[in-house]
Design a protein around this ligand. Sequence first.
Ligand SMILES: [Fe+2]
Length: 273
Amino acid sequence: MLTANCKLSTQLVYMFSWLFKRKKEEDEDVYEHVPRPENADWSFLGADMHSHFIPGIDDGAATIENSLTLIRAMVDMGYKNIITTPHIMVDYYPNTPNTIQNGLQILQNALKENDINIPVRAAAEYYIDETFIKLLESEQPLLPIIDKQVLVEFSMLFEPPMLNDAIFKMQSAGYLPIIAHPERYLFFHNDFRRYREFKDRGCLMQLNMLSVSGYYGKNIKMIAEELLSKGMYDYCGSDMHHEKHAAILKAMTGTKDYDKFIGYPFKNPLLCV
Ligand SMILES: [Fe+2]
């Protein structure tokens, strides 16, 4: 009974988070009037480490054609390496190393056939919930971004009760958690000490680049800028799902928001192979 209640509450939390996320994204049409720069250049980052390019296995690219369009956009923007990160979220995207590896193979074959030359490897974006705790307890290896660094996310609206336990268990198993888009968790916004707490516990943090544009809302932009100014981020990622994301990332290079990335010591170049 208790397990069923937990599962139901996790589903409700996810559903509300998802609806909220969709609404915010649809509401925001940033850079609408900014002319698209001819040469959008993100080449100084070298690698992107957060995206949803494997077709049909999560809420990112739906078809192989979508995947190729998005990856062509990344090449145009100067990226040299891609580590793509499908969701692993039990009720919605029940991916496994196998589904991800198979999808990656299809993607790599299509890239070759279409002469798109960029190394693409795959990791995952793990959703922290009861199932993730069970996965950790099963000691099955997680898919890392690099070495033992693993990308994790959680509900944006409510702090999951098992968050601390998940971080502790990851670290006990030798993993280094990378917290995806910390600026998007609303329950941290009024208590900046929580960010410092995660850093002090040894977690890494990944900025969603579009947060700086205001795409997810003004508050999230403000928090992202504050975390940037305090040097709290380790990586930045496109978290690209579809063409609108690519268009905003391109447009950003023609705005003042782009300057906030220049000279920041992101570790992305260290991910290049
Ligand atoms: Fe993501």
